[in-house]
Design a protein around this ligand. Structure first.
Ligand code: DLL
Length: 430
């Protein structure tokens, strides 16, 4: 099923023509209205007239996270204030947030993309969406909300947290789809197990749209088992509309990027040169259909790879692999590069391991990992615990080349945040 069959299956050559036309419009818009881009373009001796083919994209400047912060609050605004319909922000670790502006038309375009995602995954007006993302300045909940309404689903704007109320809403209103972070999905699956509830028997859930944080295929399986749902990976970032920038189809193999709205590049984060198709690199996105705040070649810092093969679902918009982490996520432990995702992949592949973990780095450059046990992971025999602990240490060492300390803790012992999960505590930088 398609929301917009024509555009979703547009032949590649026609899609490229549309992209070029929109790139030219976007370049002209920022050159006329945004002093930051006027300076950047002048420094490169580029005018919008130089954009004659999609390859000319490489003449345009990159935009970084730092540029958004430096131009806070309104430096990148490309419309009059009276034409702004909504503000979102995206917070970083320190200082001022990034301000993201949307016109009425931008909001409608974002909702259209989300509507495509719903229909692509088989959702219909018969579905009930419980939106367990945070409502507010974060794009996560609101951007998905309006797309769901367009398709005609009934939306329960539950927000995150208060798991007992979530459960009550699910049971009383027959929720079929949830939109949730991977960490909260795992936490919720734990809660069901503790209450002795079996999702297939006691709930009507069918699908979960899971995103806003990186997670592994092993975590997807854990969520699918724990909640009795099909998990679809949902990727996005506030700078590019929030959720719905890229989404899995029924194949559940890679995420279609809506290429009529975003021009995608994958580059080597060190050299900024393009990598060859299928190779991992940093995702760079250019908005093609934004009025209020168009962005050229935005460095997402997210690491992924292009899937060059066409998708059996019939959509022509190319797919990217699930995000394996952010370029800034890399930890250097005793000189070795370690990504938190490597640790998650190992842990979530071990059945006796539960649903939460926390990595701590301390002053001596030691890495320790606290690992929750599964509800059924401990049979009371201490030697089984010791064996499990040794098995985890060994597998983590083999995966990361760093031998961590591992502490097994009871289910539910580690903190759960309502927003994005915090998986790493780095005391070395405190
Ligand atoms: O997290 C938008 C969103 C909300 C996407 C809900 C999906 C669902 P930001 O707060 O700006 O926006 O954070 C964007 O989160 O650059 C990635 O690093 C990470 N991220 C988002 N979705 C995924 C995903 C929203 N499916 C940043 N897999 C992005 C991996 C993800 N990482």
């Amino acid at each position: 099923m398609f929301w917009d069959r024509v555009i979703e299956t547009l032949e590649r050559a026609a899609l490229a023509r549309l992209q070029l036309e929109r790139l030219q419009t976007t370049a002209a818009r920022v050159a006329a209205r945004v002093p930051f881009y006027q300076r950047q373009l002048a420094a490169r001796h580029v005018t919008p007239d130089h954009i004659r083919s999609l390859d000319d994209l490489r003449r345009l400047p990159f935009t970084t996270n730092a540029d958004l912060r430096a131009n806070y609050p309104e430096g990148l605004l490309a419309v009059d204030r009276r034409d702004v319909a909504r503000l979102h922000t995206s917070s970083g670790t320190t200082g001022k947030p990034k301000a993201l502006f949307f016109s009425r038309r931008d909001l409608d375009a974002a909702a259209e993309l989300v509507a495509r995602c719903f229909v692509m995954t088989g959702a219909t007006a018969d579905d009930v969406l419980q939106n367990m993302m945070t409502y507010g300045l974060f794009t996560g909940a609101l951007m998905l909300h309006y797309g769901a309404e367009k398709v005609g689903l009934m939306v329960i704007p539950a927000g995150p947290g208060n798991s007992d109320r979530q459960l009550m809403l699910m049971q009383d209103f027959g929720t079929t789809i949830i939109h949730v972070t991977p960490s909260y999905a795992l936490y919720f699956a734990d809660l069901l197990e503790k209450r002795g509830l079996r999702p297939c028997r006691d709930l009507t859930l069918r699908k979960a749209y899971v995103g806003a944080e990186p997670y592994t295929e092993e975590t997807r399986h854990k969520i699918e088992q724990g909640l009795g749902v099909d998990v679809y990976n949902c990727y996005g970032l506030s700078e590019m509309n929030g959720p719905g920038v890229a989404f899995e189809c029924g194949q559940k193999h890679g995420l279609h990027v809506w290429e009529d709205n975003f021009l995608l590049e994958i580059i080597d984060p060190e050299t900024s040169e393009p990598v060859s198709d299928g190779q991992p690199g940093e995702l760079v996105l250019t908005t093609l259909n934004r009025e209020a705040m168009p962005l050229l070649r935005y460095r997402t810092r997210d690491i992924t790879a292009l899937i060059p093969e066409p998708c059996p679902c019939g959509r022509t918009h190319r797919r990217i692999q699930r995000i394996t982490g952010r370029a800034d996520d890399m930890l250097i432990v005793r000189g070795v590069n370690v990504y938190p995702q490597q640790i998650e992949r190992v842990l979530m592949g071990i059945p006796a391991v539960g649903r939460n973990y926390l990595i701590t780095l301390d002053g001596l450059d030691d890495m320790s990992v606290q690992v929750e046990l599964a509800e059924s992971g401990f049979d009371g025999q201490v030697e089984h615990l010791v064996n499990l602990q040794n098995q985890i240490i060994e597998r983590l060492r083999a995966e990361t080349l760093v031998k961590p300390k591992v502490e097994l803790v009871p289910p539910g012992a580690l903190p759960v945040s309502e927003g994005k999960a915090k998986r790493v505590v780095d005391r070395r930088r405190l």
